[in-house]
Design a protein around this ligand. Structure first.
Ligand code: 5RP
Length: 221
């Protein structure tokens, strides 16, 4: 039995809009996830110089289309990074990491001048935190970090049978009261053993492309 993603039409529409920001000759930073997969399908329409991928999964999909993959260290600053998100607020702060690629995504986003975020309207929130915050952790520190997250009011859940591209584990953390995303991102980063967390306030979006039944809205932050 095949299951069709009910949001597929919106994901395709928002990916088509994102293509407007991509220019011939670019090395494009490419995110990870089902919305990005819709964008990847469209990339043969552009004559990219190549891409920097935010995960092995994305890298494989790009290579399969004959798009050259560059090492971020070899290319310097990128003009554009395009990715999806799990939640986004009115300031462009996001929760990402549902697909577990948060660390590599945050690195490529940090090295890019502009972050274009593709979402559907169900992902736009007044306050971040309904979606669990993925906390990427060195395996040896998993239990310690989980206790620290509980002290912060969180309910960490170990993501079973999942290892990140960097060989780390993830604690999906529910119930966090994220009053100030920027401060909270740093609080999580300061726990010993944490590699990265899914709050993207330091690397917030510059542009949100928001799909709904009515079309795609462009929001600049
Ligand atoms: C992966 C991510 C994705 O961008 C996020 O999970 C959104 O994915 P999708 O487009 O499948 O809803 O952060 O780590």
């Amino acid at each position: 039995m095949t299951h069709t993603d009910p949001k597929l039409a919106q994901k395709r529409a928002v990916a088509k809009s994102a293509l407007d920001y991509v220019e011939d000759g670019m090395i494009l930073g490419v995110g990870t996830g089902s919305t990005v997969n819709c964008l990847i399908e469209l990339l043969p329409q552009v004559r990219l110089k190549g891409a920097v991928a935010s995960s092995k999964v994305t890298e494989d999909k790009l290579r399969a289309l004959g798009i050259e993959i560059f090492d971020l260290n070899a290319v310097g600053e990128l003009d554009l990074y395009i990715d999806g998100a799990d939640e986004i607020d009115a300031q462009g702060n996001m929760i990402k990491g549902g697909g577990g690629a948060l660390t590599r995504e945050k690195i490529v986003a940090a090295a890019s001048k502009q972050f274009v975020c593709m979402v559907d309207d169900s992902k736009v929130v007044d306050k971040l935190g309904r979606f669990p915050v993925a906390v990427e952790v060195l395996p040896q520190a998993r239990s310690y970090v989980a206790r620290e997250l509980v002290k912060l009011g969180g309910d960490p859940v170990y993501r079973e049978n999942f290892v990140t591209d960097y060989g780390h584990v993830i604690l999906d953390t529910y119930e966090l009261d994220i009053k100030n995303p920027s401060d909270f991102e740093q609080v999580l980063n300061n726990i010993v053993g944490v590699v990265c967390n899914g709050i993207f306030a330091s690397q917030s979006a510059h542009i949100m492309l928001k799909a709904s039944d009515g079309g795609v809205e462009v929001v600049k932050f």
